[in-house]
Design a protein around this ligand. Structure first.
Ligand code: FE
Ligand code: FE
Ligand code: ZN
Length: 277
């Protein structure tokens, strides 16, 4: 099965997002668990969830990849900001139990001058405070581009965070193709080498989802500007190699490309075609 969909910006509820994705030709999707800039989350309507679960079963959806607000910084210098990260993540994880067994991905954070070692320790501290044995959601660390003081732009840093987290069975990784490329991993000329390095540092069994994006910038640029599939510096052929790679076959692929529904529908159809060839 090929699981592909896009990050939907719809805020009309689960059933609406499910229908939108069926219309786009997708069978998974990503969405912000609340306003991406933070703030209180809308109450979830159990009837809406029920309807969504029907749509998901009917259309053989794969696992969803919920996205935490990108303003959340688990390694902020200020305690009140880290407290906000803990509260938001704990609340999101509670709410996600209404749609059990999916993924919740987040940006590890920016160390804002404290140094990556301190940043890594603080991120692990937040995860140790919010992960519970009871949760069915797996929390995913997203690989970052290294913009500013972002933590998680190298596989070593992702590994260090994982090493300091107690409930390792609740933790995984989401690989963003734009971010790793911008971070300096050459997935165009040496995808096998990059995945071998991922396996050596992190373990491929911990890779749970892929954000499939082209990049507006070059290898190692640390910019994080997504491009449409085939319209950036990574290019179509390299991204087709990603979706066809034997080690990645079963993962959900999420497009975070600058598109509307029409654009995502085209990208999904084209990638479905290319995956099979
Ligand atoms: Fe992200
Ligand atoms: Fe991403
Ligand atoms: Zn990005």
């Amino acid at each position: 099965m090929f699981y592909i969909g896009n990050h939907t910006t719809s805020s009309k509820g689960y059933a609406a997002m499910g229908r939108q994705m069926v219309d786009n030709g997708g069978n998974t999707f990503a969405f912000f668990t609340r306003n991406p800039r933070g703030g209180r989350a809308k109450a979830i309507d159990p009837k809406d969830v029920e309807k969504f679960l029907e749509i998901a079963t009917e259309n053989q959806f794969g696992k969803l990849v919920a996205h935490a607000p990108y303003t959340l910084n688990a390694c902020a210098a200020k305690e009140n900001l880290r407290e906000f990260a803990r509260e938001t993540m704990a609340d999101d994880l509670n709410r996600l139990e209404l749609t059990p067994g999916n993924y919740y991905n987040f940006h590890p954070g920016s160390h804002v001058g404290q140094g990556s070692e301190t940043g890594i320790a603080k991120i692990a501290e937040v995860l140790n405070a919010v992960l519970t044995d009871a949760q069915s959601t797996i929390v995913l660390l997203e690989t970052m581009s290294g913009k500013g003081s972002e933590v998680g732009a190298t596989f070593e840093e992702i590994r260090s965070i994982m090493d300091q987290v107690e409930k390792k069975d609740k933790l995984g990784v989401c690989l963003d193709t734009c971010h790793v490329w911008d971070g300096g991993y050459d997935i165009v000329n040496d995808l096998d080498g990059v995945l071998a390095e991922f396996d050596r540092m992190i373990g491929l069994e911990n890779l749970k989802a892929v954000h499939l994006n082209d990049s507006m910038n070059g290898l190692g640029s640390h910019k994080d500007r997504h491009a449409k599939i085939g319209e950036g510096e990574i290019g179509l052929e390299a991204l087709v190699n990603v979706i066809r790679h034997p080690a990645l076959q079963s993962l959900p692929f999420i497009l975070e490309t600058p598109n509307d529904d029409e654009g995502w529908t085209k990208e999904i159809a084209m990638l479905r075609q290319r995956r099979q060839e």
